[in-house]
Design a protein. Structure first.
Length: 270
């Protein structure tokens, strides 16, 4: 029996495909396609590694409910790694922002219960949650902090930027999944599932929530890596097949005549 046959028998895919390289290629091509889609509408994308860039702009941004401590290192501690997606319009003004924060944990539900999304490990403030079973684990990205300038709402940025954020996190960190939290008022409008493309949404908090100082209904979102890659590939195919189409032609909420209310509330995403 030849050595080639022996190699095939022990490793059917040996030498045929490098799946890690294949996945990164899909993510890279998607990211490049999204940059092109943004440029088609006159936008430019920058990526910063300091979350304080996001915080600084949010301090004076219109239509926000305050600064989310998850993406404020002075309140929740310095993350192991993080980034800010910063979209500028053709005049150089900030049109949209969103963040990714790297988390490595054996149990994300426990991570949330300990309050580590909103407070530093050295002075953790626990949060009472409804999720007591083990949660997502491994290399994760907590994605959130989406803000879209009111001038640019309703054109598809709230659809494109969260999906780009997931792809950037997957490319940058090789994550096992994307986690996030969203308030009830956005979930009721279908924003996490329709716009963000999130497959797993569970009620996490139903009661007092110290980061906002009031009672809240908050949901945890989870997008596993395999679902993310398939969705990214599907979106890439749509963008490629779309020719000269713009963001609003792809975004489900932007296509609706009544999109103003849900898009205007995007600053409330934790």
């Amino acid at each position: 029996m030849s050595t080639a046959v022996l190699k095939t028998t022990s490793d059917p895919l040996g030498g045929l495909l490098d799946y890690g390289r294949l996945v990164r290629g899909i993510l890279r091509n998607y990211n490049e396609a999204v940059v092109g889609l943004l440029e088609r509408d006159g936008f430019r994308l920058d990526i910063h590694s300091d979350l304080r860039v996001w915080r600084g702009i949010m301090q004076t941004a219109s239509g926000t409910d305050g600064i989310n401590p998850t993406f404020d290192p002075d309140r929740s501690g310095e993350p192991e790694d993080a980034y800010v997606l910063h979209v500028h319009d053709r005049d150089g003004r900030t049109a949209a922002m969103m963040c990714g924060r790297y988390i490595e944990t054996d149990d994300y539900h426990d991570y949330v219960r300990r309050g580590l999304l909103w407070s530093p490990a050295s002075a953790a403030r626990p949060v009472e949650t409804l999720l007591h079973e083990p949660g997502p684990s491994g290399r994760l990205s907590h994605c959130g902090g989406l803000w879209v300038d009111p001038v640019h709402r309703g054109i598809g940025l709230s659809w494109l930027i969260p999906r780009l954020n997931h792809a950037v996190a997957a490319y940058r960190w090789g994550v096992d999944g994307i986690v996030g939290v969203v308030f009830d008022r956005l979930l009721s409008k279908g924003v996490p599932t329709a716009n963000y493309g999130v497959p797993d949404v569970r009620l996490c908090v139903d009661g007092w929530f110290w980061p906002t100082g009031k009672r809240e209904r908050i949901y945890q979102t989870f997008t596993p890596a395999d679902f993310l890659i398939k969705r990214t590939w599907d979106d890439l195919e749509q963008i490629r097949a779309g020719g000269d189409k713009k963001m609003r032609d792809f975004a489900p909420i932007a296509r609706k005549r009544n999109d103003k209310a849900p898009v205007d509330d995007l600053a409330t995403v934790p």
